[in-house]
Design a protein. Structure first.
Length: 277
């Protein structure tokens, strides 16, 4: 937890917050020095996500669930999703703020309700074909064919921390079936991108990524941005992320301790809200 935002701060508060033992020199508390970070991987950048359009079986072995941190045996039905005697091997949806897929999802296998394909394919969110329970991005989403339950996934993402963020999209493979896949981004200062075709893009750290070509998001705290997928034909797998970096698709590293000076005079009040790992 960060230091308080008002009131008296003591030396013991500073020791506890920054992991210091013994005496403290104020000059050792400059931002960017031994104790006070300039950046950290944060888990508080997004305050909430609401969604709509989930709950469909997709391309073979895949299911669009939603928030994978909330996945449980009870919410996937009884009988369960009805695929090879169990749940679909690929459970697709989204995670944010460093969340991992739920322990139920990570534990699912052929012997506890996963069906006969569970031991072969495992249960994971998609990044290409990699087994991955936490992408590293501040928001990560993947989906599959939505033709059985509508053609839209809508995400209303409310940001807790003001800043500039970057949207990346890509098809998780090179199949031509995935060419009818479009994103819209609206709200706050998001460029209001409408029905941008994602075909041919791959999530990556290069200038060819979609996020550097028109989907920079500039938000104030508590502003909401809506990201919508419109799928106009079948699709095997697509993915999208929001990152804090314009050259790294899966980052949630952001500025911290911005009120603390890096040189010169320093006072306790400049540590209001300061944080350590």
């Amino acid at each position: 937890m960060p230091l308080q935002s008002s009131g008296a701060i003591s030396m013991n508060d500073m020791r506890s917050q920054f992991g210091i033992s013994g005496s403290i020199s104020m000059s050792s508390l400059y931002r960017g020095g031994s104790y006070v970070d300039t950046e950290q991987a944060r888990t508080d950048l997004i305050s909430s996500v609401t969604d709509s359009g989930y709950g469909q079986a997709g391309y073979t072995q895949r299911f669009n669930y939603g928030n994978l941190n909330n996945w449980s045996f009870s919410t996937t039905g009884n009988p369960p999703q009805n695929f090879y005697g169990g749940r679909f091997p690929f459970q697709m949806g989204y995670l944010y703020n460093g969340q991992q897929a739920s322990s139920d999802l990570q534990s699912l296998n052929a012997s506890n309700g996963g069906g006969s394909r569970a031991g072969t394919y495992g249960y994971h969110i998609y990044n290409g074909a990699a087994l991955n329970y936490e992408s590293g991005a501040m928001f990560y989403y993947n989906c599959t064919n939505m033709t059985s339950g509508g053609n839209y996934h809508v995400h209303n993402i409310t940001f807790a921390v003001a800043g500039t963020y970057y949207v990346y999209v890509g098809q998780a493979n090179g199949y031509p079936y995935d060419r009818y896949y479009y994103y819209s981004v609206s709200g706050a200062n998001s460029g209001n991108v409408t029905n941008k075709n994602a075909y041919g893009y791959t999530i990556g750290n290069t200038a060819g990524s979609f996020g550097i070509n028109g989907t920079t998001i500039n938000v104030s705290a508590n502003q909401t941005v809506t990201i919508t997928l419109n799928q106009q034909a079948g699709s095997i797998a697509q993915e999208m992320s929001i990152s804090t970096k314009n050259n790294q698709w899966n980052s949630r590293v952001a500025q911290v301790n911005t009120s603390v000076p890096s040189s010169g005079q320093i006072s306790f009040s400049q540590f209001y809200g300061a944080r350590w790992l």
